[in-house]
Ligand binder design. Structure first.
Ligand code: PRX
Length: 634
């Protein structure tokens, strides 16, 4: 039996049971019945978590763009695939049909080929949320090139680091980006980044803002004339199931960003399957996910998952606050959006504004609301439920990660009974979560609280870190034997519902973005006046968490506002403005264990103002510094 579209709670339970009892049969029938293959697999699954080796649908041959575009042309050729809403409401929206998308992707794919891009080559995409971003992603997939999309808010240094790490030959960018009432000079940023990347031989530039930019002879070309002269058909490259589809970087708790590698068949099946069920997509629906394609949410739930289901997916270029705080709701009303998927940080920011911004728009088209990226607090949940959903739209709180490729834990709307605020609820079929305690033992029974692991592979999981399989194995499969470790803590209530309680490692989620503490500290420590530093998160009513930096200077007497500003400037240049510190406190020293490890637990409490519950600090190497830090707390 094929469980592709679950429509009742009993079906969910049946599907879940089957997916645990015979996972191979479960996924085989889903793959077989709902996708188009050039050749079927020899083996559905082979895996060994001790070596971090996972293969799905091995031996199968396919092209994901045939599944996302070509196979819809007969029945949905004129249906809108991409609905583009520009930054400015005075610019017209674009409805790009499946037929048009096919043509655009083929032309773009032919341009890539003409520029010498071949199967397996890496292409960096650094674009704003304009149709060319989705089209270029699909064009890469059409010819088997591996796309590496870098969020266009990252700095030149962060961009060049990512280009170098996976050795991209080409960068696709635009002259600039519109963001609210600002324009961002993307091409300049690329020019700066490429000073360190001699192997990039080709830069394709989309014209968007129209401002003057420099074009480097022999390297840079405007995209439009190339597209115009390219052929409108492009035979899709035949890919192996386990050929890489894309690389997407995510922060780690240490060192450089991790280039998570997702492969073709498993990712396709999983992103499509979860999209269909979590959003209960129906043929006439207009689905909108507000994420940027620079993040995994955009990959799986703006591009691949929706298109594989023949959906209409909205792409929004702008920001929720421009021209006013009603922009999201205006778009929902204008396009009669049925599913709306956003981040808690956006909800919290909009909830602070007068309700007038919501009330003047007709939101009755909405059926299902979703959240992703961080835990949602009850207050934000109720605001969303009451004011946006009018108490009628189930909210799916979807828990997942860049590494997981798709949603792992989520309610199914109108199917999962009693959706509780702040609970992601139940695992999707195929997902076997477990909670483990500090001694690595699985905690059975309910209620329970522990570290969240997954004990069986699912098709959408990342296969490796680009160029560093050892790091992949150590990060995800070494903490607990035979389990994938998520880095999150969770509790499970009496009904088996999961509530994610947050990161248990040195990753901090700020406005839904993963930030590793170590890479930020590394940047701070490059400031010539700095001796050492430690970053912790503290609660923030819009961002969820904000960053608090404790910085020790080589000459503490020279601490100044100027150094604080320079530190934030350095962070902004090296990583991007999203990693800037909200508070910087200069300290005489940092609390350390006798083995010299910084006691972040204590700093975290101080930053959050919980100074009464510091616990025993007498075993520290330097307990005296704690009082001093508390007194000078910002
Ligand atoms: O801590 C969890 C949090 O975001 C982390 C993954 O971040 P990233 O790889 O950037 O992917 C974000 C989009 C999928 C997780 O380890 N997180 C994500 N969704 C939720 C969440 N925390 C609580 N509830 C969620 N729904």
């Amino acid at each position: 039996m094929d469980f592709y579209h679950i429509q009742s709670y009993s079906e969910y339970k049946e599907a879940y049971k089957a997916s645990v009892k015979t996972p191979e049969t479960f996924w085989e029938s889903i793959a077989e019945e709902n996708f188009s293959w050039k050749k079927k697999w020899n083996e559905i699954l082979s895996w060994d978590f001790t070596k971090a080796e996972i293969r799905w649908f091995d031996g199968a041959k396919l092209n994901i763009t045939e599944n996302c575009i070509d196979r819809h042309l007969d029945t949905r050729g004129e249906k809108t695939a991409l609905l583009f809403e520009p930054n400015s409401p005075s610019e017209a929206a674009q409805h790009i049909s499946y037929n048009q998308l096919y043509e655009k992707v083929c032309r773009f794919a032919n341009v890539l080929k003409q520029k010498g891009i071949e199967k397996g080559d890496r292409v960096c995409i650094y674009l704003p949320m304009i149709p060319e971003l989705a089209v270029s992603v699909l064009a890469c997939a059409r010819i088997g090139a591996v796309h590496s999309v870098v969020f266009a808010g990252f700095s030149a240094q962060a961009l060049s680091q990512r280009i170098l790490d996976c050795d991209c030959k080409m960068v696709i960018t635009s002259d600039g980006a519109f963001r609210g009432n600002k324009t961002i000079p993307l091409k300049n940023i690329v020019d700066n980044a490429l000073e360190d990347c001699p192997d990039v031989t080709s830069v394709l530039v989309v014209r968007r803002t129209g401002e003057h930019i420099k074009m480097k002879e022999g390297r840079d070309e405007w995209l439009l004339p190339l597209l115009d002269s390219a052929s409108i058909s492009c035979i899709p490259e035949v890919m192996d199931a386990e050929d890489p589809l894309f690389i997407l970087y995510t922060s780690g708790s240490t060192g450089k960003p991790k280039g998570m590698v997702h492969t073709t068949a498993g990712y396709m099946v999983y992103s499509a399957y979860t999209f269909k069920n979590v959003f209960q997509y129906q043929e006439e629906d207009i689905y909108w996910c507000t994420a940027d394609i620079g993040w995994i949410t955009g990959h799986s739930y703006i591009v691949y998952g929706p298109l594989a289901n023949g959906a209409t997916t909205v792409m929004f270029e702008g920001v929720p606050s421009y021209p006013d705080y009603g922009r999201f709701w205006e778009i929902v009303a204008k396009h009669k959006v049925t599913q709306f998927y956003t981040a808690p940080t956006a909800i919290r920011a909009l909830a602070k504004e007068p309700l007038e911004f919501v009330k003047k728009h007709d939101l009755t088209s909405l059926k299902i609301l979703g959240t992703v990226g961080e835990p949602i607090n009850e207050e934000a949940w109720h605001w969303y439920n009451n004011n946006i959903g009018d108490g009628l739209c189930p909210i799916v709180d979807t828990w997942w990660q860049t590494e997981t490729g798709g949603i792992l834990i989520s309610a199914l709307p109108k199917i999962t009974p009693a959706i509780l605020p702040t609970f992601a609820t139940l695992p999707l079929p195929g997902i076997q979560p477990v909670l483990v305690d500090d001694s690595s033992k699985e905690i059975k029974g309910n209620p329970a609280h522990g570290k969240l692991c997954i004990k069986f592979p699912w098709p959408g999981m990342a296969r490796t870190i680009w160029g560093d399989h050892k790091r992949y194995k150590e990060t995800y499969f070494s903490a607990y034997q035979n389990k994938y470790f998520t880095g999150d803590g969770a509790l499970r209530n009496d009904d088996g519902y999961y509530r994610i309680t947050g990161r248990v490692d040195d990753v901090i989620i700020v406005s839904g973005h993963n930030l590793g503490t170590a890479p930020i500290e590394d940047v701070i420590n490059t400031h010539e006046a700095v001796a050492e530093s430690a970053i912790v998160g503290f609660p923030h009513d819009v961002k969820g968490n904000a960053l608090y930096g404790f910085v020790t200077l080589k000459h503490p007497e020279f601490s100044s506002e100027k150094i604080s500003e320079e530190i934030n400037q350095l962070i902004s240049t090296s990583i991007g403005p999203i990693a800037k510190l909200d508070k910087i406190q200069f300290t005489e020293g940092l609390p350390k264990t006798r083995s010299g490890k910084i006691m972040r637990r204590i700093l975290r409490k101080i930053a959050s103002g919980e100074t009464e519950s510091l616990g025993d600090i007498s075993t520290l190497l330097n307990p005296e510094v704690v009082q001093e830090i508390i007194q000078q707390r910002k």
